[in-house]
Design a protein around this ligand. Structure first.
Ligand code: SF4
Length: 347
């Protein structure tokens, strides 16, 4: 595993090289040695994209690499899955848990999870009730079920190890483009651009001077991410840009005064036009939602093996909403409904 123990890591070897693509046209980025996200991502159309600049400023890219490697060396959060302290499975678990949940909240859950089940085989052998209970208040508990399905496939098909190809990784339950790329980059040291909302926002602001759009990553955002990916130190680049987007270059209140890229950022130089407009979606209210009701039912089941109908009704006054949530939890495989209408976690 390379991750932060990579001898080419700029923490110990400052000065990451600028990729060949960064010196040339962005349209050639996917042909410069970076692992394409899928065969369908290989873009043979090299004609200029009107929505995207024809060139990337190589001096800007080079300067950004150096600034980020220095920033990372003294600012990276000391998370337990970093600095070579876990394996590919631990990284995959951290990435699944971190989707839609802040990393600071993930840490105690990740530590407890890896302590109980350090390998995919351990997760595969656990009961589903144990898995859902261990997920605690991380939210979106279907991720826990998908992680267990993933562990079972890994155990059955790969002997409990993670495959090293993008195609095999994205075929695993619960693993999408982002998670597959993160595992390839952070665990296996593969040269591949990792693209999440934070990275898209930072790259778009710094190199294009505009906000990134919501929704899925566009082709030009992928081109940009591939184009600016360094030839060396790419795992650190991916993680440092992601970290910058999480703690400094946030969607609504970027802390430009303390940003390592402030002297080079096109977005800042242009007066931060349309700041915040690129937010993917407004923050959703939680109180009173089905999400809250489902969470209350699961939380109650984590401390009691069975909840009777009467106990369920005491959890939430709106019994129509309650029944709807119980039905959806059952449909998702997160609970079992017993013949007397009591509920339990799945065996
Ligand atoms: S200078 Fe501001 S907008 Fe530009 S990358 Fe840094 S925090 Fe983001």
């Amino acid at each position: 595993m390379l991750d932060y123990a990579d001898p080419r890591d700029p923490l110990t070897h400052p000065g990451m090289a600028v990729s060949g693509s960064a010196r040339g046209r962005v349209g050639m980025a996917v042909h410069n040695g970076a692992v394409p996200h899928s065969s369908s991502d290989i873009d043979t159309d090299l004609s200029p994209d009107p929505a995207f600049p024809a060139d990337v400023d190589s001096a800007l890219v080079h300067a950004a690499h150096r600034a980020m490697s220095l920033w990372w060396a003294s600012n990276a959060r000391d998370l337990p899955w970093r600095r070579g302290r876990t394996d590919a499975w631990g990284i995959l678990v951290s990435e699944v848990m971190s989707q839609q949940t802040p990393m600071s909240r993930v840490v105690p859950y990740w530590l407890a999870w890896m302590d109980s089940w350090p390998t995919p085989q351990d997760v595969a052998a656990a009961s589903t009730a144990e898995i859902i209970t261990a997920w605690g208040s991380l939210g979106y508990p279907r991720r826990a079920l998908r992680l267990q399905e993933c562990a079972r496939v890994l155990t059955r098909r790969y002997g409990g190890t993670l495959p090293r190809s993008y195609e095999e990784l994205v075929a695993l339950p619960g693993v999408g483009d982002y998670t597959a790329s993160a595992v390839l980059s952070f665990a296996f040291g593969r040269r591949i651009a990792v693209i999440d909302t934070n990275i898209r926002r930072v790259l778009s602001r710094v190199f294009r001077g505009v906000e990134s759009h919501g929704g899925s990553a566009t082709k030009s955002e992928r081109r940009l991410a591939d184009a600016v990916l360094p030839g060396e130190g790419h795992a650190v680049w991916n993680q440092s840009v992601m970290e910058l987007g999480a703690v400094v270059c946030t969607a609504k209140n970027p802390l430009c005064d303390s940003c390592p890229l402030s002297s080079r950022c096109l977005f800042l130089a242009r007066g931060r036009p349309g700041l915040g407009e690129g937010r993917t979606r407004p923050r959703q209210r939680f109180a009173g939602t089905d999400r809250q009701v489902r969470g209350i039912v699961l939380q109650a089941l984590r401390s009691r093996s069975v909840l009777s109908r009467r106990e369920l009704e005491r959890l939430w006054d709106d019994h129509i909403q309650l029944d709807s949530c119980i039905a959806s939890l059952d449909e998702d495989g997160l609970i079992d409904i017993l013949p007397d209408s009591s509920v339990t976690l799945p065996a």
